[in-house]
Design a protein around this ligand. Structure first.
Ligand SMILES: Cc1ncc(COP(=O)(O)O)c(C=O)c1O
Ligand SMILES: [Zn+2]
Length: 416
């Protein structure tokens, strides 16, 4: 059962039924799903949640109505891993990784797509679509295939080969646009008008889609033993994920499922596309759009729709936002893999590099626990590392050759 009662304009507060609507008639502001938390308070207990499925749908009460049949490949309920070796290298007392590489298509986008397409199904749509920097397209194509729906995913044409292949394999229509994500997004806004029966997860279904990211917060709190973390660090592209993680913690607090202080929210961007970090640093909410130029293509949104809301969340909680170079991203992907056995895509590299930057800057408190969101699997961005992650030595199948190479390697290790 869902306690969603309608859609509410985030700017002027006007309410609407839970229909296929994505902007406010009064002010053109974006809409979000509103819940009757007062009614939910007496029903939604820790026990009720814990008895639910091992997926985002254990929180069905606090998500948009899925109409009885969620579109579900098993998104969510991913591990929260204690990362002591990485914490020691960075100089942190307590670090946790929310390992969202472990979703059905390898990124957190499965959470938002499961939500969006469940609502799309309930609302009578029959085609799944999206504007994507890569991961969303893969997830939409996969969930559409699982549902038996056609899909139309629209991506920039310069994405990593592995990401394009992971999307195309599901058999939907993939439109690769010669342009950046902001061009893709503009095109999709036009396609929505000419194809009103298509459910664009992050355009006309955006209010429902965005709710999926709240489950990151719910899971973190539940996995910490029904406690709020002190500090949370999330990657930022459109800014939706970070904004909704903060909303999720607030809702759990309001429902009495946890107590204490809301976490301090931190963001992570690549220096080649950091309009949110720049605006936050300049003390403004006005985002100056940029032309992205970074290997972190999944985060390459130059004009982020939810940027101002993400800035609000970081500023109000005393947070900050990292902005890191591509070189730092690559080093951080390797460091995370080497210390914790977790292989992240470039967005994860942006998060770990930002973690180090924000600790060094004194924004993140070394002595308070930190949860870092690792939102996508490294197999998605193999292109970024294939030239540097190579064999230690290439040898003939002879013992002497192997021993010589090992001696050389150990010699090098000893010298480090
Ligand atoms: C792996 C990954 N992490 C994080 C994000 C950021 O999401 P948002 O647009 O909600 O800020 C994206 C967006 O595409 C992504 O692909
Ligand atoms: Zn409005």
């Amino acid at each position: 059962m869902s306690f969603a009662v309608g859609l509410r304009c985030r700017e002027c507060g006007t309410t609407y039924p839970t229909e296929a609507r994505y902007s406010c008639d009064m002010c053109f502001g974006p809409l979000e799903v509103a819940y009757d938390l007062e009614a939910a308070r007496s029903v939604v207990t820790r026990e009720r949640i814990a008895a639910g499925p091992a997926s985002i749908w254990r929180y069905a009460d606090l998500l948009p109505d899925h109409g009885g049949h969620p579109v579900d490949l098993g998104a969510g309920w991913t591990p929260l891993r204690r990362a002591d070796r990485l914490a020691a290298e960075i100089g942190l007392d307590e670090l946790w990784l929310k390992d969202d590489t472990r979703n059905p298509t390898g990124s957190f986008k499965d959470r938002v797509v499961s939500c969006a397409l469940s609502s799309a199904q309930r609302l009578g749509f029959t085609t799944a679509a999206c504007a994507s920097t890569g991961n969303l397209a893969t997830s939409v194509a996969a969930h559409a295939a699982a549902l038996g729906w056609p899909s139309v995913t629209v991506i920039p044409s310069d994405l990593e080969k592995s990401k394009v292949a992971m999307t195309a394999i599901f058999g939907g229509t993939v439109l690769a646009v010669d342009g950046n994500y902001d061009d893709v997004n503009r095109l999709c806004a036009e396609l929505v008008d000419s194809h009103p029966d298509w459910a664009f997860a992050n355009v006309n279904l955006r209010a429902y889609y965005a709710e999926g990211s709240k489950t990151l917060a719910y899971e973190i709190a539940e996995q910490l033993g029904w406690q709020l973390p002190a500090q949370v660090l999330a990657p930022i592209a459109s800014g939706s994920q970070l904004t909704k993680i903060a909303k999720g913690f607030r809702e759990f607090l309001e429902l009495g499922l946890v107590s204490g202080e809301l976490p301090t929210m931190f963001g992570a961007q690549a220096a080649g596309c950091s309009p949110v970090a720049s605006a936050l640093a300049d003390g403004t909410n006005v985002i100056r759009p940029v032309k992205p130029n970074t290997i972190a293509r999944s985060l390459a949104i130059g004009n982020p729709a939810d940027g101002p809301y993400a800035i609000d969340e970081m500023r109000a909680s005393g947070g900050d936002c990292g902005s890191v170079t591509d070189e730092e991203v690559l080093l951080s992907i390797a460091q995370l893999a080497r210390t914790e056995g977790v292989f992240a895509e470039t967005a994860g590299g942006v998060v770990i590099a930002s973690l180090k930057q924000l600790v060094e800057r004194g924004s993140i408190d070394r002595h308070r626990p930190v949860v870092a969101i690792i939102s996508g699997h490294g197999l998605k961005t193999l292109d970024a590392i294939v030239d540097t992650a190579t064999p230690t030595a290439v040898i003939s199948p002879k013992l002497a050759d192997a021993e010589a190479a090992l001696a050389r390697f150990h010699h090098m290790e000893a010298a480090v």
